[in-house]
Every structure is written in structure tokens, then in C-alpha cells.
Design a protein around this ligand. Structure first.
Ligand code: HEC
Ligand code: HEC
Length: 175
């Protein structure tokens, strides 16, 4: 009967957790609504794990869903790298990225990004007309500074970018 005594508290814990999970969607819904302006990259373990080891964890809201789908579909030839994603990972990443893409993100910049793109499917955020225009005054030599490296390295000049802080007053260009 020793086992029975162990199982009962365990069952109670399982029921408690199941109860929390049943309530959770209501909270998740509130968290998911971001007001106009910023908002961090939405939490997603697979996105963080697969997409942040080589570069800045880009905002899903900075590209349309069809661009993210194309990026994931072509992930075996990703800018010269094979990301080695299996079908399950591809499905999960595609679903996360399209659910938070420019059409759905609620970020202040997303409508401007979409407007300039029209029917195109940009493969890079740095090719998006609105993003190019916002950085038009920065000289090519600045992007090549050792502390920056390239235009794609958003976090070098937007230290709060990962939390949605792309506003002009939060910009700091490394010397
Ligand atoms: C093995 C390294 C590596 C991993 C992992 C990786 N990338 Fe990349 N990614 C690159 C390289 C290299 C570039 C080109 C960067 C450059 O031109 O400076 C790039 C560029 C990009 C760009 C374009 C950036 C721009 O210039 O606007 C996007 C978007 C992107 N990656 C998304 C992803 C996503 C989504 C994942 C996860 C599925 C991912 N990356 C994982 C290596 C990687
Ligand atoms: C060399 C530094 C540098 C890099 C790298 C850089 N930015 Fe910027 N970014 C700036 C500066 C400076 C501005 C402000 C331009 C101005 O004066 O209007 C800016 C403006 C912006 C804005 C407009 C903010 C607003 O509300 O007015 C967005 C969005 C943005 N950057 C996103 C990005 C993304 C995404 C990347 C990476 C793909 C990136 N930036 C890479 C320096 C940089």
C-alpha cells in the first residue's frame, strides 16, 4: 500500500496542473494582444533555439508570412548554410512565424513594411523598402565597422531591438 500513498498526492498534482492549463488560454489571449508600437519577439522555444545561434533573432512582424514560409522551405540552402531542420521543426517554425508575421503582428512598423512590399516576397528584412529607406542615410562603411559587420546585424545598433525597441531614441551606433 506504500505505492498507493505515493500515487494519491501525485494524482492531486496532475489534476491541479490540468486545472491551470484549462484556465490558461484566457491569460494567453490577453498577453498576445500588444498595443500600437513595440512588443518583444514573441516567446517560442523552437524559434530561439534554431534561429538565434548565428544572428539576431529577427522580429517575425518585419516580414510577411509568405517570406517566412519561403525562408523555412529553403532552410537547407539558407545563405550558404544548411539549417538541418526536420519536417516537424519546419512545420512548427512556419506556423509560429506566419502567426506573428507582418499581417498579424500588431507592431507599429508592420503596416509600413507591408505597404512598400506590395506583392513581392522579400527574402531579407534588409531588402524591405521601408527598412531600406529608414537606413538610407547610413554610409556603407558604417555597416562594415568591426562592431557591426553588416546591415543584417540589427542588434548592434538597436540594443533594445529584441524587446521591440527600434525607436530612434533607442538607437546607438557603435564606433
Ligand atoms: C548556421 C547559421 C544560421 C542559422 C542557424 C540561421 N541563420 Fe538566418 N542567416 C544566416 C546567414 C549567414 C545570413 C546572412 C547574413 C548576412 O548577410 O549578413 C542569414 C540571414 C537571415 C535573414 C535575412 C536577414 C536580413 O539581411 O534581412 C533572415 C530573415 C534569417 N536569416 C532568418 C533565419 C531563421 C528564421 C532561422 C531559423 C530557422 C535562421 N535564420 C537560422 C545564417 C543562419
Ligand atoms: C548601423 C546601425 C544600424 C543597423 C545595423 C540597423 N539599424 Fe535600424 N536604424 C538605425 C538608425 C540610425 C535608425 C534611425 C534612422 C533615422 O534617423 O530616422 C534606424 C531606424 C530603424 C527603424 C525605424 C524606427 C522608427 O520607428 O523610426 C527600424 C524599424 C529599424 N531601424 C529596424 C532595423 C532592423 C530590423 C535592422 C536589421 C535588419 C536594423 N534596423 C539594422 C541604425 C541601424
Amino acid at each position: 500500500m506504500k505505492i498507493g500513498r505515493l500515487i494519491l498526492p501525485f494524482l492531486a498534482a496532475v489534476i491541479a496542473v490540468a486545472g491551470l492549463a484549462a484556465v490558461h488560454p484566457a491569460f494567453a489571449d490577453d498577453d498576445g494582444k500588444r498595443g500600437a508600437g513595440g512588443g518583444a519577439v514573441p516567446e517560442n522555444a523552437a524559434y530561439k533555439q534554431e534561429c538565434s545561434s548565428c544572428h539576431f533573432l529577427y522580429m517575425p512582424g518585419f516580414l510577411p508570412g509568405r517570406s517566412w514560409e519561403a525562408i523555412i522551405k529553403g532552410s537547407d540552402k539558407h545563405f550558404g548554410e544548411n539549417l538541418g531542420l526536420d519536417d516537424k521543426a519546419k512545420e512548427e517554425l512556419s506556423a509560429f512565424l506566419t502567426a506573428n508575421a507582418a499581417e498579424k503582428s500588431g507592431l507599429e512598423w508592420s503596416p509600413k513594411i507591408l505597404k512598400g512590399i506590395g506583392a513581392d516576397t522579400p527574402g531579407r528584412i534588409t531588402e524591405v523598402p521601408y527598412i531600406k529607406k529608414e537606413h538610407g542615410k547610413i554610409k556603407a562603411a558604417v555597416f562594415k565597422r568591426p562592431a557591426i559587420g553588416s546591415f543584417s546585424n540589427c542588434g548592434a545598433c538597436h540594443p533594445k531591438g529584441g524587446q521591440g525597441g527600434f525607436d530612434e531614441d533607442a538607437v546607438s551606433i557603435p564606433k
